[in-house]
Design a protein around this ligand. Structure first.
Ligand SMILES: Cc1cc2nc3c(=O)[nH]c(=O)nc-3n(C[C@H](O)[C@H](O)[C@H](O)COP(=O)(O)OP(=O)(O)OC[C@H]3O[C@@H](n4cnc5c(N)ncnc54)[C@H](O)[C@@H]3O)c2cc1C
Length: 336
């Protein structure tokens, strides 16, 4: 059986699932949060609540983060393993524009079974490059066609894409996220990867402050888009790309230069982006993004916070508050 978890094995299921949870099975199984069937939660006043008795708590936990209490157990839907095909394909940075424009076409037409991640990163012994991380989780007989399209994005320097297991897919990131690293993270959602955005992102990637800094493009499509807007606190249910701007650095390094870079990339992307952003990568001081990060439901989420944690004992993904709601514009109006 497989589970809708994150891309790297180091990411814990609790924070991931409660805040959303993009992962390689997203196209066929949805977000990690969509596969959260139930939870037991200890509230700040010591009460143990089961979501079986309180469906509103389950609604809030699916995307509203660990903001209501401590989840002491999570019940998660598993998916039959029909065979996964995945790995990494590395492309030279010199081909960045071509690879990215073909990648834009590929994610626009990708079947549910193919979920893609692309990282503009630095690889040991190679230097700046693009790493495409495809995972095929659909009908096995369509895997070759889908994966073939990935290899034709450019001229691969090398590729590990092959039939695999979920455990091996998680393990392939172990070396790039060693324990003890500190991370500066920003995020923006874009509706599609346009030529202007490709130019902007490749330009900024070339100014990275260190090898741990990069820009990731995470595809949201398929099963995750078919979950009803009212079924969870997670915000954006239409096809999009979550842009992850990250800068990992050692604990003794001065964080300011990394923080400036992620802020600058995020600010440059803002005019092209959808309102909001992925809550697991947002900070409390990003009020404009936070207000729009939970889609059509900020009021309902604020009520859940007031009901389960009125003293604000728990702080996890940043939630909107009543002041932010005064300036909240529904996403449908913002897009007009
Ligand atoms: C290297 C890296 C890779 C990532 N990859 C992905 C990815 O593939 N997909 C994706 O969607 N996101 C990804 N993220 C973001 C990730 O979803 C968040 O960082 C998430 O918070 C991680 O959860 P955790 O339980 O590991 O973290 P923790 O730091 O343990 O927890 C994060 C927050 O979650 C809350 N929390 C944790 N456990 C509980 C609990 N039992 N009850 C209540 N609240 C709890 C806490 O409030 C805590 O502040 C990645 C982050 C990093 C740094």
């Amino acid at each position: 059986m497989n589970v809708a978890a994150g891309t790297a094995g180091v990411v814990g299921m609790a924070g991931l699932s409660l805040g959303g949870g993009y992962g390689p099975l997203l196209g066929t199984a949805g977000l990690a949060a969509d596969n959260l069937l139930g939870a037991e939660v200890v509230l700040a006043d010591g009460r143990l609540i089961s979501t079986e008795d309180d469906p509103e708590l389950l609604w809030a936990l699916r995307g509203g983060g660990g903001n209501f209490g401590v989840a002491t157990s999570l019940r998660v839907r598993l998916h039959p393993d029909r065979g996964l095909v995945g790995g990494m394909a590395l492309f030279p940075w010199q081909e960045a524009s071509t690879v990215l424009s073909r990648f834009a076409g590929l994610i626009a037409d990708a079947p549910d079974g193919l979920t893609l991640l692309l990282e503009m990163t630095v690889a040991p012994d190679i230097g700046p490059c693009l790493v495409v991380v495809p995972v095929w989780s659909g009908e096995p007989w369509h895997a070759d066609a889908a994966i073939g399209a990935v290899k034709r994005l450019g001229t691969p320097i090398n590729s590990t894409v092959a039939p695999t297991t979920q455990k091996d897919l998680w393990g392939q990131f172990d070396q790039s996220v060693p324990n003890g690293m500190h991370w500066e993270l920003r995020t923006r959602n874009i509706a599609e990867l346009t030529p202007d955005i490709i130019d902007l992102l490749t330009g900024w990637a070339e100014t990275r402050p260190g090898p741990g800094a990069g820009i990731g493009l995470r595809q949201f499509h398929g099963a995750a888009t078919r979950v009803g807007a009212d079924d969870s606190a997670f915000g954006l249910r239409t096809n999009h790309v979550a842009v992850e701007i990250s800068a990992g650095h050692g604990p003794d390094e001065e964080p300011a230069v990394y923080r400036d870079w992620v802020d600058n990339v995020s600010n440059a992307l803002a005019p092209f982006a959808l309102p909001g952003g992925y809550p697991n990568f947002l900070l409390p001081d990003q009020a404009e993004q936070v207000a729009h990060a939970y889609g059509a439901h900020p009021e309902r989420l604020v009520r859940a916070k007031e009901s389960y944690d009125p003293e604000h004992v728990f702080t996890a993904t940043p939630l909107p508050d009543r002041d932010m709601l005064k300036n909240y514009t529904p996403q449908s109006e913002l897009r007009r």
